[in-house]
Write a protein that binds this ligand. Structure first.
Ligand code: SF4
Length: 369
């Protein structure tokens, strides 16, 4: 069977900067055309990385991909069709800002072969959106999802943020229920984090108290479980058959090529590479760096990523890749956590119990050297 692969394309532009955002982006669109041309060039130059694989997913992330016209995004999809084996592409996702999704724009995306939207809604409350410096209102968020549906998109994901200092537990519950009522197929919910270099960090804004965040995570899990969503990764929920294939590929160690300033790639074995987060360096063609992971680093990465998924660590696969001694070491460390009900043993898999997922970092660290 042919190895599968994924393609990530980073669009490093935003029209407005959100207070919490730590991604690489710029508000100046002056060099957008140059950057898109360089991205197509990079696709050709680095195509060998995915040689002998069949591409399954294409993902436009950012930044804000919807600052590009559908034709600009479509040109990169067309370029991928020239360069890679795209005969089995199942998912073409575009991250979108709600206020960019006009009827015309959505029809354009559809005609360019985009079949999944990941809409950055974050909250259905204007007070939260204002505090986060988002471009859209709650009303616009709802209308965007409705318009996307009308345009024929049947695979819609939305992002939400909890742990906000402006929302109560009931406000958060309202947000999750609103998402369910909209009937979206997929929900990603992330805890607000404050990095020093962000607007929030500079202003000294803090997250909600930990106790409230824990309760919010509990409400998220409970409301979405009752609504029939599968909690398949610590921050991700999907209706049956609507898991993100692109993100699932990352978690399963599938090779992926990341294009654009700040984008990361993995060869599926032991090499990671990335473009430095600088448009200038990217356009000069001098931004690519790489590292070879040691066996221990790869082991730790697999354990960490797997324990963030509902399937958890596959002991058989772990043994195949790292040997029986490493499997035994993993089982030895896992045993007391299994005994305490923090980790669950499901056949040949070990995974977190849902209620312990949010505080999983300390447990995961126990598996590291
Ligand atoms: S959160 Fe998204 S839209 Fe906001 S600044 Fe960051 S990349 Fe841009």
């Amino acid at each position: 069977m042919m190895t599968t692969s994924s393609l990530y394309i980073h669009i490093p532009f935003c029209k407005k900067l959100c207070g919490y955002c730590d991604f690489y982006k710029t508000m100046s669109l002056a060099r957008k055309s140059e950057v898109l041309a360089a991205t197509a060039r990079e696709m050709h130059e680095r195509a060998t990385m995915l040689e002998g694989t069949v591409l399954k997913t294409i993902y436009f992330g950012g930044g804000t991909p919807t600052v590009c016209t559908p034709e600009e995004l479509g040109a990169l999809v067309a370029c991928a069709r020239e360069v890679f084996d795209c005969s089995e592409v199942e998912e073409v996702t575009v991250e979108a800002n709600p206020d960019d999704l006009t009827e015309e724009y959505l029809a354009g995306l559809k005609s360019q072969g985009v079949n999944r939207l990941s809409i950055g809604i974050q909250s259905f409350r204007d007070e939260d959106l204002l505090m986060m410096n988002r471009r859209h209102t709650a009303e616009e968020a709802v209308r965007a999802v409705e318009r996307a549906r009308k345009a024929g998109f049947d695979n819609i994901s939305i992002d939400l943020i909890y742990g906000l200092p402006t929302a109560t537990l009931e406000d958060w519950r309202g947000n999750v229920e609103r998402a369910v009522a909209l009937g979206v197929e997929h929900i990603s919910a992330y805890h607000l984090t404050i990095e020093e270099n962000t607007l929030f960090g500079k202003k000294g804004i803090t997250t909600a108290p930990e106790e409230l965040s824990d309760k919010e995570y509990g409400v998220l899990c409970e409301v979405l479980r009752e609504a029939g969503y599968e909690h398949y990764e610590i921050s991700n929920f999907a209706r049956p058959n609507y898991r993100s294939r692109h993100n699932s590929a990352y978690w399963h160690g599938v090779p992926y090529l990341g294009l654009g300033a700040g984008a990361h790639s993995f060869d599926g074995k032991n090499t990671r590479s990335w473009n430095l987060p600088s448009i200038n360096k990217y356009l000069e063609g001098s931004s690519l760096e790489s590292e070879i992971l040691s066996t221990q680093e790869r082991y730790e990465e697999i354990v960490m990523v797997s324990l963030r998924t509902a399937e958890g660590v596959d002991l058989v696969a772990l043994e195949e890749q790292f040997g029986i001694a490493k499997r035994a070491q993993f089982e030895r460390i896992a045993e007391p956590f299994v005994g305490a009900g923090v980790l669950l043993r499901k056949g040949e898999n070990v995974a977190f119990a849902e209620e312990h997922w949010l505080v999983s970092d300390g447990v995961i660290a126990e598996f590291f050297d």
